[in-house]
Structures are given as C-alpha cells and as structure tokens.
Design a binder for this molecule. Structure first.
Ligand SMILES: Cc1cc2nc3c(=O)[nH]c(=O)nc-3n(C[C@H](O)[C@H](O)[C@H](O)COP(=O)(O)OP(=O)(O)OC[C@H]3O[C@@H](n4cnc5c(N)ncnc54)[C@H](O)[C@@H]3O)c2cc1C
Ligand code: FES
Ligand code: FES
Length: 466
C-alpha cells in the first residue's frame, strides 16, 4: 500500500505504483484543478508540488509534472495541488496573478501558480530572473507572458526581505500568505505515515526521474514492478574529491546544477543545464537517466563527454567497475550496461590548469526542447597559448553522442580563427546525421560545423568556467 498526503488529506491506496500522479489526482481523488494536456511533460498544465521530508526534519518542495510522475515515487511525500493552496480567499501568488491580469482562459493558471509557489518555497535566490526560470516549463497560449512576468516581478518585490535559506523560510511564507497554515504540521504528519522503500524484484524496472520512461512506455510501466532510484539517499551526493567531482547516481539535474560544488567548479555547466528541458522536469530528471537513455542528443551526455567523465557501475552482487563515458555508448540506444547493473556514480575531472569549457545547443525553442544539434568543448592551452588538449563532443550527428577523434593534429596550434575553421571542417566531415523531425541531415551537418566554430568565438562564456 502506498501512502502520501494530498493537500491536507492522508491517502492510503492500493493503486499500482506505476499509475501517474495526474491520473490519481483527477481520476481517483476527483480534483480537477490540475489540468491534463500533453501528458508528455511539455506544457506544465499538470504541475504539482512534491514535498519531501529531509533528514533534519525540514521539508523541500519542488514543482513537478504530475503526468510523468508515478505514484510509487511519491510514497511518503506531501503533494500539493491548486486545491491545497487555500488562502484568504486567495494566496499571495494567486492574488498577484489576478492583479496583473496574468490569466485569461485559466487553463495554464493552476500550473503557473504551483510553479511560482514552488519557487517561493525552494529557490535559493528569490530574484526575478530565478522566478522567470521557474516558469520555463509552463506554457500559456492566450494571456501572453508579459503579464505573467509582471506577476512574477511583483512577487519578488514582496519576497525581498525573506530568508535566503529555503529551510528557514516556511514561517515567513505562511505569514505572507504564500502557503496556508496547515503546511506547518506536514512534517509531523508525514512522520506518522511510516512510509518505507518497498522491496523490488530482480526484474523490476529502474525508474530514476521517469521523464524518459513515462513518455516512452507508460502503459507497460503501469503493469510493471518498479524500483525507484529516489529511494537511494546514499546516491544523492555531489562533492569535490581531490581533482574530481563525484556525483551520486540518484542526483537530479536541478540538484546537480544548484550544488555548491558545481556552482564553484563548473558555473558555466550549471548555467548551460538551464537549457535541459524545464525546471519541472529537471527537478526529477537525473544525469544518469540522461546518460543511460543514450539519446544521441542528450545534453548532459554531451557535456560530460567533453569533460572526460567516467561512470562507476555496480552489479546486483555489488561488483564495481569503472567505464569512461566515451566507451559507454555502443550504438543507437545501446550501452555498455548489463542487465541488473546500476550507474552508481559519475566522476568528473575538475578543469585542469589552462582549460576552458563551452557548450552550444540549437533547438526549436530556447527551453523545454531537445536539441537538433548540441556540442561541448574542453580546450586546454599551455603557458604559450598553444593547444595541449581538445575534447569535443557533438550530438545529433551520429547514432550516439559523438566524441570527435583525431584532434591531436591541432595540438601546438593557437586556438585562433584558422584553427576554429579547420576543426569546424573536420567536424562537418565526421558528422553523419540523418533527416528527422529536428532537421534535415544537410542542415544538421552545417549546424554542427557552425556551432563548433562558435566555441572559439565565445570567449566570455568560455572564460566563465575557468
Ligand atoms: C518535455 C521533455 C523535454 C526534454 N528535454 C530534454 C532536453 O532539453 N535535453 C535532454 O538531454 N533531454 C531532454 N529530455 C529527456 C529526459 O528528460 C532526459 O533524458 C532525462 O535526463 C532522463 O532522466 P530520468 O532520470 O528522467 O530518466 P528515466 O526516464 O528515469 O530513465 C531513463 C533510462 O535510464 C535508466 N536509468 C536511470 N538511471 C539509471 C542508473 N543510475 N543506472 C542504470 N540505469 C539507469 C532507466 O532504467 C531508464 O531505462 C526531455 C524530456 C521531456 C519529456
Ligand atoms: S500534461 Fe503537459 S506537462 Fe503534464
Ligand atoms: S491563460 Fe489561457 S493558456 Fe494561459
């Protein structure tokens, strides 16, 4: 039996763990404020808050797309839908949406309210820029984003005096009317649920964030035995260790981005990963899911290839092996991962002295979209400015995320426009894209060459990572 708190009500249910939360909220709990549209994580109409109790007793709340979130993964959590945001008569976010004319037909509005409330509860910074980023997964088709942004700006002005530590913020948010008073009692109520990870069979499907799995085969997962990576608190770490960064296999992309170690050692990567999907998805999606899914255009895979990452893989018996990411992809959607094996850690070398990193991505939309072509570069130069090492990855031009080989011929040259041109031409020659929904093969080949040249003409962005 699964148990969680839905708004103020304790739920105990025998529904299948693979039922998506949206289905439960609308179909079983009969709460219709959470809207259903794309069912593929693309629109944000189904946004809810997922609150989880931390080891220190505090709560973290994250906005998530309930259409891709299995109820087995919210066992022991607090789920907040728009019906759970009961104010006097409106919450602060709802009131500012009204005052700024930020709702017209209203279909997207519950999702927008939940995303902005999640921002208030969880964002380390309460800046206008971060409020807008928090809305990157919510599409509105009729109001126009100017008035929604005006509501977000007004909200940030009201929040200006709040504590920067999200774990200390709840009391002030209740006083300000952002969340209702009953939130205060939730940690104790969750403790009384006694939810514990359930044992999974050896053939159980491993679900990380579920943002690939629940798009690809939701019907099959409804019937399957599932094992949730979010239960593996021991794999939820990011820390520097000598000259590498160690990232546990259960770390979500958003937690990775926001971790102190990534902010310190890879600030440009933290910024570039804003281009991966949306906040709603990154709050669940993991780096390991992006890698194991083996899409030729996975953003994390492309970035980590250029950074020379390695994977630590463990099998069911606990035996451990380490594989360079460049050797992990064997063919289209084929990886060097045997049945029952788990990617338990990603090891990322810190940038060596003289190295810089840069990422480029072209997609139809700036956010919430998978790339047509993406590419990352780690370029190292010696004291004389000549190249001593190049790692260049390109996505969307081969069956796997591609590491460009043979670039040693450029060692000793300056990373000037002539070198950029020659490397761009080498990439165009190596690229073997196919025509698909994201673009014609000829376009992607040309694009790959252009983006690679852009690595060399974007010094400001590159210097950020040094
Ligand atoms: C609307 C939308 C937009 C998207 N935008 C982007 C984008 O911009 N860029 C991009 O790169 N991707 C994008 N994606 C794809 C997806 O979000 C990412 O690939 C994501 O990182 C997958 O991670 P996950 O944790 O959700 O994987 P899951 O779906 O949980 O798992 C994917 C696969 O990996 C396996 N797996 C997961 N973790 C492990 C592990 N530790 N060990 C062994 N196996 C494991 C699972 O069993 C499964 O087979 C998008 C998806 C959607 C729906
Ligand atoms: S219904 Fe569109 S994101 Fe869930
Ligand atoms: S108000 Fe109509 S879709 Fe946003």
């Amino acid at each position: 039996m699964l148990s969680f708190i839905l708004n103020q009500r304790v739920v105990r249910t025998d529904e299948r763990p693979g039922m998506v939360l949206l289905e439960y909220i609308r179909g079983v709990a009969c709460l219709s404020g959470t809207k259903e549209a794309c069912r593929e994580g693309e629109c944000g109409a189904c946004t809810v808050l997922v609150g989880a109790k931390q080891a220190d007793g505090s709560m973290t709340y994250k906005a998530c797309a309930s259409c891709l979130l299995p109820i087995g993964d919210v066992d022991g959590c607090h789920i907040v839908t728009v019906e759970g945001l009961i104010g006097e008569p409106l919450t602060l976010v709802q009131r500012l949406i009204v005052e700024n004319n930020a709702s017209q037909c209203g279909f997207c509005t519950p999702g927008i309210v939940l995303s902005l409330t999640g921002f208030c509860l969880g964002s380390p910074e309460l800046s206008y820029e971060d409020a807008v980023n928090a809305l990157d997964g919510n599409i509105c088709r009729c109001t126009g984003y100017v008035s929604i942004r005006n509501a977000a700006r007004a909200l940030c002005e009201k929040l200006a005096q709040l504590d920067t530590d999200p774990s200390e913020r709840l009391g002030s948010l209740i006083t300000l009317g952002v969340v209702p008073e009953y939130f205060r009692a939730i940690p104790d109520q969750l403790a009384r649920l006694h939810a514990a990870p359930r044992p999974a069979g050896k053939d159980a499907v491993l679900v990380a964030g579920g943002t690939d799995l629940f798009v690809q085969r939701p019907e099959q997962l409804l019937e399957s035995d599932l094992c949730f990576l979010s239960d593996r608190c021991d794999l939820a770490y990011v820390h520097a260790d000598g000259d590498v960064l160690r990232v546990g296999g259960a770390v979500t992309i958003e937690d990775f981005r926001r971790s102190a170690a990534v902010q310190r050692y890879f600030p440009a990567v933290a910024h570039d990963l804003l281009r991966h999907s949306s906040t709603l998805l990154r709050n669940k999606a993991t780096l390991t899911g992006n890698i194991v899914n083996a899409s030729p255009i996975g953003d994390a895979a492309i970035i980590l290839l250029a950074l020379d990452a390695r994977l630590v893989i463990v099998n069911a018996a606990g035996a451990r092996r380490e594989v360079p990411l460049s050797k992990f992809f064997l063919g289209y959607k084929k990886t060097d991962l045997a049945c029952g094996e788990l990617v338990s850690e990603i090891v990322i070398p810190l940038l060596p002295a003289g190295a810089r990193y840069h990422f480029e991505k072209v997609s139809n939309r700036a956010t919430l979209d998978i790339a047509a072509v993406n590419t990352a570069l780690r370029l190292t130069t010696g004291p004389d400015g000549a190249i001593t090492d190049i790692r260049l990855s390109v996505g969307g031009v081969a069956p796997v995320p591609m590491l460009i080989e043979g670039l040693e011929v450029f060692y000793g040259r300056k990373p000037d426009s002539a070198t950029a041109e020659a490397i761009g031409q080498a990439v165009e020659a190596a690229a073997k894209p196919i025509d698909d929904i994201r673009g014609a093969a000829a376009y992607k080949k040309l694009l790959a060459g252009r983006l690679v040249r852009a690595h060399f003409t974007a010094p400001a962005a590159a210097a950020e990572a040094i």
